[in-house]
Design a protein around this ligand. Structure first.
Ligand code: CP
Length: 323
């Protein structure tokens, strides 16, 4: 990636990938995110950090959690928010993504939040926006989902403390998973004790990620794990429909059931980025059970997105102060 995620002044400007983000910046985002959490039942945190600024959500792939939480994060920081209806946008008439960006930039957008099925789109946009404008990757093909990686690490730390002492197992369709890649990047930066990738051979990456150990047996792969993260089979990313695993057979071999989970530590936490396919990669009783932190992942995701927006605002404020 050629685009720099930090400005010359040292502010976070873009968030495209965790692979190039220093450990200190990851820690700073998570620390800031923690300040936005409020006790259950209390009103959510609001402030005026982004008053007068505009955030545009451009989701060229479906999303519930990421899109809703970026929208709420921006609104809770007092930004104006544009949610472009991409199915009705002029991209459907052949307009290039950069022309869409230039058009919206002319409407004084300060932050673009972008999800796209093609690799490199967020970085390419970041290379072409005005100097004060920021680009946040909200999910890029199979390669990167940085705010997801941050919220996953934040959730693990809040339950288990320092990741250096932990054994983390990521289970499922690793090959097509930007979630697995970003989680692995963040965990590796923070010095995870042991990272395991678990799944059938055809769903494992051709080259392992972040020096993780690879397992093709669920019981072995999650044995004594502190954290077990289940992933959805990303049907939309298979080149041929015939290659998609049979759901029942997959659940039998790799589904997180109560029985399977006995191989992990008794106090292991169970994670899933969502959306879930209950009865395929995870049993409903586990998703809703006492070891599940899936809803906390969602809550922490909103806090992480507030933190990232607040931090890139330092760049916007510094750049526009000079105008
Ligand atoms: N985890 C995640 O990215 O979920 P959405 O696709 O719903 O945003």
């Amino acid at each position: 990636m050629t685009v720099s995620q930090t400005s010359e002044r040292g502010h976070l400007r873009h968030l495209i990938s965790l692979a190039d983000l220093p450990r200190a910046e990851i820690e700073r985002i998570i620390e800031r995110a923690s300040t936005y959490l409020t006790p259950t039942g209390q009103p959510p945190s609001h402030d005026a950090t982004l008053r007068g600024r505009t955030v545009a959500n451009l989701f060229f792939e479906p999303s519930t959690r990421t899109r809703a939480s970026f929208e709420l994060a921006a609104k809770r920081l007092s930004a104006d928010v544009l949610n472009l209806d991409v199915s009705m946008s002029s991209r459907a008439k052949g307009e290039t993504v950069l022309d869409t960006i230039y058009t919206l930039q002319a409407m004084q957008i300060d932050v673009f939040v972008v999800r796209d099925a093609s690799t490199g789109v967020p970085a390419r946009i970041a290379e072409h926006v005005a100097p004060h404008v920021c680009v946040l990757n909200a999910g890029e093909s199979e390669v990167s989902h940085p705010t997801q990686g941050l919220l996953d690490v934040m959730t693990i730390q809040r339950h288990k403390g320092d990741v250096g002492a932990l054994r983390v197992a990521i289970v499922g369709d690793i090959r097509h998973s930007r979630v697995a890649r970003s989680a692995a990047e963040a965990l590796t930066k923070l010095g995870v004790g042991e990272l395991r990738l678990v799944g059938p051979t055809e769903l494992l990456p051709e080259q392992t990620i972040a020096n993780a150990r690879v397992y093709t047996d669920l019981a072995d792969g999650i044995a004594d794990a502190d954290v077990v993260m289940a992933l959805r089979i990303q049907k939309e990313r298979f080149a041929q429909l015939g290659d998609i695993p049979d759901p029942q057979e997959y659940y039998r071999r790799f589904g997180l059931s109560a029985r399977a989970l006995t191989h992990a530590k008794n106090d292991a936490i169970v994670m899933h980025p969502g959306p879930m396919n209950r009865g395929v990669e995870i049993d409903g009783s586990i998703a809703d059970g006492p070891q599940s932190v899936i809803q906390e992942q969602v809550t922490n995701g909103l806090a992480v997105r507030m933190a990232v927006l607040a931090l890139v605002h330092e760049h916007i404020a510094a750049e526009t102060a000079q105008c």
